[in-house]
Design a binder for this molecule. Structure first.
Ligand code: FES
Length: 148
């Protein structure tokens, strides 16, 4: 076990875990930040996406020791601004179905929008975040509304 201080949503969180513990487990099981979802656990599905220093990263394959010293933002941090254009668009277009993958979808999109990525780049990146309900058509509609 080792001690780490993680900067998450602009707050410092001290944690004591094995250094190779995935950030996802710390967020969910140690800190109760359960908005970030676990699905594949192998970096494939995107459900666990958070921002690390502004980049969309899959928290199931980032260790705590690698995350320390970076600024981490979770969906709870983004939700501190309920007027965020992504949330407004998501609600307006009723994008979600079961909702499970949506934090990962939204965090991926938010990182791309913050970098002024092109619609093509965003669609390419978003296509790597899986949705078992198949809400892709509504996600694409929301991306179009936000980008154009
Ligand atoms: Fe992390 Fe699927 S749970 S990518």
């Amino acid at each position: 076990m080792a001690k780490f201080i993680l900067l998450i949503n602009n707050k410092n969180y001290p944690v004591e875990v094995e250094p190779n513990t995935p950030l996802l487990w710390v967020l969910r099981d140690k800190l109760g930040l359960t908005g970030t979802k676990y699905s594949c656990g192998e970096g494939i599905c995107g459900a666990c996406t958070v921002h690390i220093d502004g980049n969309a990263e899959r928290s199931c394959i980032v260790s705590v020791k690698d995350a320390e010293g970076s600024s981490i933002t979770t969906i709870e941090g983004l939700a501190e601004n309920p007027e965020h254009p992504i949330f407004k668009t998501w609600i307006e277009l009723e994008v979600s179905q079961c909702g499970y993958c949506q934090p990962g979808q939204i965090m991926t999109l938010a990182a791309m929008l913050n970098k002024n990525s092109s619609k093509q780049e965003i669609e390419k990146e978003m296509s790597t975040v899986l949705c078992r309900c198949g809400t892709y058509h509504r996600i694409r509609k929301a991306v179009s509304k936000l980008v154009e």
